[in-house]
Design a protein around this ligand. Structure first.
Ligand code: ATP
Ligand code: MG
Length: 474
């Protein structure tokens, strides 16, 4: 929410002037500015007149009425602008302007949102539902200044990047003084540290000659640290090098330097993989992580409504796809296309649809050497096959017994560690309602489908198993 304490009238006046100029082709007069500023501060016409050296009758009778008429046309959006509503209308105007500028992508020009410079391109978020709890929580943590970084971890398409875009928007609209600049860097899959550093240098439009990676890092850090910035490293899993220890140390060191040496700045990292799997550090990493889950039921329902889907079955849809917005988008689009928007009819076909974002996450897991080891892969295949045949959730002792038949040498602790890694990556689901209850594991339907269908032949090819032929591909 924008509050009057945080937004200054001069910034808003600039936005307003721009709109007035565009719509009616003239600038605001001095008297009009006095009326607008006075109304913003809750003054009456007498006070405005004595502050500005005008006659109060003139301001109230001659300046204000045509001004309100003109503003109703320019910024009213169907509402008649009056003195008492002006502040609210100006808040909205400023907020829309912020959001527009944040989402405006123009690589060449620096964008200024309020007083904050924006570097890099923020992903577009046309529709956004729910997440207020997460946003408020993150805002509190960022404002507490006890730490200078946070990592948001969650499966592909769960909405990490969109959440951070909304968070940045809210932070800036509430207080445009807090950061000098926002730097958004999306990390491409299979990137190297050098590519990340070069990317940041480019995003910040810094000039540097051909230097070594170390020199570039020093230069980048020096530049960043001279400013109060909010840095977003989006898609950190793109750096993962599971098998290269030296690279992992290098990444850890870079992240450590970035976070450790900043003072009033803040770094937000998003990643599909827990950071410990991407980087290696010899001291305790000072970046804490929170896990991002799918949308809650209310947000999911409003998202489905926006896509034209209604009825009780929407809840089942949200549950089946674990509130993953990228999945819900794909499913909603297909339900509209193939079933005329009838969610119940769709469920009669007992099919699970898979979206691109989750599929590319799983492709990366199964394709990239070292990301999933043989034991982890086989555990996932085992869970997919078992849960499609009989139970929906397999108790841990049963998993242990069956896996030990496949891997004769495997120890119980190795199975436990493998299950824990899969759980951290949100690739398997844990069912344990009470402390006393035995733990059991299952897969969410989309992941189960991916494994059993094996669309790119990555699952069974890379495991020591052959594809189960009893699976009925729905
Ligand atoms: N709260 C939300 N309301 C509506 N749509 C959303 C919401 N969050 C995300 N989406 C939509 O879901 C899709 C996936 O979101 P996003 O790209 O933010 O996920 P991600 O977790 O960053 O995925 P990846 O790990 O692949 O980068 C996008 O199309 C986005 O518009
Ligand atoms: Mg993302």
């Amino acid at each position: 929410m924008i509050t009057s304490n945080n937004l200054d009238i001069d910034t808003i006046l600039e936005i307003l002037e721009e709109q007035v100029l565009k719509s009616v082709g003239r600038r605001l007069s001095e008297a009009e500015i006095i009326v607008i500023k006075g109304s913003w501060d809750g003054k009456d016409y007498k006070e405005m007149a004595s502050d500005g050296g005008y006659n109060s009758y003139y301001l109230q009778q001659k300046v204000a009425p045509p001004l309100w008429n003109m503003l109703s046309q320019v910024i009213g959006n169907g509402v008649k602008v009056k003195k008492i509503y002006l502040k609210n209308i100006l808040f909205k105007l400023a907020k829309n302007d912020y959001v527009e500028k944040l989402e405006f992508s123009e690589a060449e020009n620096e964008r200024l949102v309020g007083k904050t410079l924006i570097y890099g391109e923020l992903p577009k978020t046309k529709y956004f539902h729910g997440r207020q709890k997460e946003i408020n929580y993150l805002k509190r943590r960022i404002a507490s200044s006890k730490e200078s970084s946070i990592a948001l971890i969650g499966v592909g398409g769960v909405g990490k990047s969109s959440l951070v875009v909304k968070l940045v928007e809210e932070i800036l609209t509430e207080n445009s003084d807090i950061y000098e600049c926002v730097v958004w860097k999306t990390i491409e899959a299979y990137s190297s540290l050098e590519e990340l550093v070069d990317g940041l240098i480019k995003v910040l439009r810094l000039k540097i000659n051909d230097e070594s990676l170390q020199e570039k890092i020093v230069f980048l850090l020096k530049n960043l640290q001279s400013r109060r910035y909010l840095l977003v490293l989006d898609g950190f899993e793109g750096l993962v090098q599971a098998e290269n220890f030296a690279k992992r140390v290098e990444y850890g060191k870079f992240l450590f330097q970035l976070i450790d040496e900043q003072h009033k700045s803040y770094t937000i990292v998003t990643s599909q993989l827990p950071l410990e799997e991407i980087i290696e550090v010899n001291t305790n990493l000072i970046i804490s992580s929170i896990k991002i889950q799918g949308l809650d039921e209310n947000a999911g329902i409003s998202m489905l409504h926006e896509k034209g889907l209604y009825g009780e079955s929407c809840k089942k849809l949200i549950e089946t796809y674990r509130g993953n917005p990228s999945e819900l988008e794909v499913v909603a689009e297909r339900i509209n296309r193939f079933w005329g928007g009838d969610v119940e009819k769709f469920f009669e076909y007992k099919t699970t649809l898979m979206g691109q974002q989750v599929q590319s996450m799983l492709n990366q897991q199964f394709r990239q050497a070292g990301l999933l080891n043989d034991l982890q892969k086989n555990l996932m295949i085992y869970l997919a096959e078992k849960t499609s045949e009989e139970l929906t959730s397999i108790p841990f002792p049963k998993i242990l017994e069956d896996i030990k038949k496949q891997f004769i040498d495997v120890s119980t602790s190795e199975v436990i560690i493998a299950l824990e890694v899969l759980e951290q990556r949100s690739l398997i689901e844990v069912n344990k309602k009470t402390i006393k209850q035995e733990i059991s594991y299952s897969l969410q339907p989309v992941i189960k489908k991916y494994i059993l269908v094996d669309p790119l032949g990555l699952v069974y090819k890379s495991s020591n198993q052959s594809k189960a032929n009893n699976y009925n591909q729905e």
